[in-house]
Ligand binder design. Sequence first.
Ligand code: SAH
Length: 349
Amino acid sequence: MNRLDLLSLLPEELETLARRLGADAYRGRQLAAWIFEKGVYDFQAMSNLPTEFRARLTEEAVSGVPRVERVTGSKDGSQKFVLSLADGSRVQAVLMPDGDRLTLCLSTQVGCGFACAFCFTGTMGLDRNLTTGEIVGQLATVRQTLDPGTRVTHLVLMGMGEPLANYEATVKALRLLTHSDAFGYSPRRITVSTVGLVSGIKKLAKENLKVNLAISLHATTDEARERLMPVNRSWPLEDLLVACRRFPLPVRRRMTFEYVLLDDVNDSAEDAIRLTRLLKGIRAKVNLIPFNDWEGSGFRRPPLQRILAFQAIVQEHGITATVRWSKGEDIGAACGQLKEPGLTERVAS
Ligand code: SAH
């Protein structure tokens, strides 16, 4: 993409662009209103902008939103969007209604390079990072499909890819999502989930973004975590938990620890107790994710009784633990199930 992608620019940067293209700075704000508030991406339709400015924009810039290739609806009301990008790459975004909430799960990379043993997305390897415009573009595209009056209320960066491995683009996307003259989301409605990239967590701690952080923990000893998550060899549990303890949490906010429950692997009573010990001193809540199966995974979901027993032990130790029954399991849209046929071939070539 050689031309400037306007969905990658903050409102201030759109002002600078307007000046560079010979217009007044406030034209940049008007442009921001069209793109972020009105969801209009066609320069010709931006009726309050001077013709000359629109012509310059057409020459120099694009405001390309991803194209919807396929939408699959699940029995539980969630929808999986397969989106295609300018270079033909595909990513997925998952829309999940839950009472008053409408949560959109966004991808940050095409594929993922972290190869967690239980994750289907991880089997495809990393193809490339998404740009800022492609990250927020998933929201821009999906919201165009909603009924008037319906709004995405929450955003989670839990789709394909590792947000902190695509650090710059992710942080800028978060700034756009929370900027009052851009998408305008409250940071408390946004959650970034990480595999546990300590270097990225430390950097994020200094950004003052105030978004929620979720850590994919999934095991309670280095030995077990290393087997499940190769990232643990670079960033073992102790380093990870030190970074979590130091992460500035806004008042009354807690950090989420995700824990995928795998039958006979990490679901024992000892694991549950060890988990509560690891989280001592952190304002934490635990999100238990019963494993979502995929063909050839080699893992199983534990029986319901064991899931509930694990939850009970964590709760007895004073830590809130919820069970996340993944949405969209029947359409391959649940946690760790996002993978696009056709992509692997592209990656391999
Ligand atoms: N790379 C980031 C963002 C992905 S979030 C991260 O690792 O946090 C997706 C969540 O679903 C992660 O917690 C991931 O570990 C979990 N997950 C992956 N595969 C899963 C599966 N098959 N069943 C349940 N959860 C899974």
